[in-house]
Design a protein around this ligand. Sequence first.
Ligand SMILES: C[S@@+](CC[C@H](N)C(=O)[O-])C[C@H]1O[C@@H](n2cnc3c(N)ncnc32)[C@H](O)[C@@H]1O
Length: 207
Amino acid sequence: MRPSFVSFARLWAKASPTVRGWLRAPDAYLLYQLARGGPASGQIVEIGSAWGRSTIALAAGTRAARRERVIAIDPHGGDDWYLAEHDLARESSLAEFRDNIKRFGVDQWVDEVVMTSQAAAGVVANEPIRLLFIDGLHTYEGVRSDIETWVPRVVEGGVVVFDDYDNHDPGVGVQRAVDELLASDLVDGHLRKRFNLCWAYRLRDAG
Ligand SMILES: C[S@@+](CC[C@H](N)C(=O)[O-])C[C@H]1O[C@@H](n2cnc3c(N)ncnc32)[C@H](O)[C@@H]1O
């Protein structure tokens, strides 16, 4: 068995039952692997952290390799669209997020940015990104805005990961926005998939 899988499996055995969220083991392992051994160099940016499930996978991976920190962007006020769809009350995920990343010993590897991805674009240093995980607002407009704002910052050969490409619930527009990205010259046109996540590699800027 690969050592990285053993480390991940130990982590996930504790995180999965105690950290709220939707991310499943195969997807968490993909994020862990990309953070630990993925291509290029630069920041890791996560859009949509919620209670920290994916943040912990990313941060544990990069910590294991002593690589870059994770910039975890989320207004933590709840996803209005998701809450309305599922008839849930609005509740901040921030306290639980902080508690979770501390409990898993990755708080020193995470820079929290408590604002929307659009607002964060003006605050986060405009430095190269090697791994971008887009899991914020899932509407077509939301994902398209995240793509337009953040994908140009990803370095050539860096990875852009999305959640919920195959989710066709009303209001979810990940697939449409990702397909438009694939047809552009920002990423290679080949979408890789594992469970609920999909990813593509950033191409060199045309200009
Ligand atoms: C599906 S959850 C993220 C789940 C998390 N990645 C995980 O795997 O545990 C979506 C999150 O996106 C956040 N969100 C909603 N609109 C956002 C925006 N404009 N910018 C950044 N995050 C946003 C919500 O607050 C919510 O926590």
